[in-house]
Design a protein around this ligand. Sequence first.
Ligand SMILES: [Zn+2]
Length: 355
Amino acid sequence: MTTTSQPSTTTVTATVPPARNEPTQIKSDVDEKVANLSAKRDASWPSVLFYIHLNILGLYGIMVLFTNAYFTTVIFTVFLSFIGIIGVTCGAHRLWAHQTYEANTFLRLFLMLCQTMAGQGSIYDWVQYHRLHHRTFKTSDDPYYSEKDFLHAQVFAHIRNLSPKQEYLLKQVDMKDLEADKIVMFQKKFYWILYLIFFVLLPINAPLEYWDDSIQAALFVTFSLRYLIVLNISWLITSAHFIWGLDKKHKPSDSNMIFLVTKSYWPQYHYLLPFDYQTGEFGNYGSGCTTALIRVFAALGLAENLKTMTSDACKVGLSRSVDTGCPLVDCLTDAGKESMERLPRNHYLNKDKYF
Ligand SMILES: [Zn+2]
């Protein structure tokens, strides 16, 4: 009895191969768990109050700018706003979120301080949200409402808590590369001290101490208005596709070919191939301050391994996808990597020849 009721080892192995079935079982369990989580996002009342106050104080700052601020304060505010935006575009977005180039310690330290001047939370948190945004782009799980409209992406996304489902997905984002970056982890650990010193106290102190401007100018122009400007411009990184992206109602018939060969249809290109350092955050490609700065950093020896796509690599990836039936993104990414191996390291200095 005992002998006949025991299945043979051969039978078990043939019918239930554990190595193959276990990951599938785990995956289906995870899918079921995620599907059961609530997708409802509640209002974050501290964020709502912060948003209302910042807008009122920032708008009051515009009045002070024209009536009660030295020209030096205006220039200083523009400069600090630029520094903060560069910290987000050049640092958090292109360097840390997408690794479009590599930076040495000095440049990473500089960009970390610049990103602190944006007042948007630590690099680690910013990148984690941005990677989830890319992973869930145009779905209801996107924390920046990319399946809805510009107002949702630019405003509502920032005054609501994540849903339990999004919280779960956020924890699944791979952050090992940032966890290995000592500068990023240092900023994460001491973020609020750095924020208080570099984003709040030093900028407010400078107009008062160095050129005797009024307290109103320091508080409402250098701080409130600057905060409002930097936040709104930085938030465009995840909402600009509503402005500069393809309008489905007016999609030209040859759009795919034009987009792939000339890369003119930003930002769909960025969501397809985010590793390209030349993709601008605000509707441009190959131009703009951030791209120019990355080239300058590379020319100075502070950055290297600038990743990009040549037009020829786009064509190769496209035809390979058609020939083999492999996913388009995989074919384009592989063709891009192959073409990068053939490009000289200083290709960014001669973009007319290599792109
Ligand atoms: Zn991105």
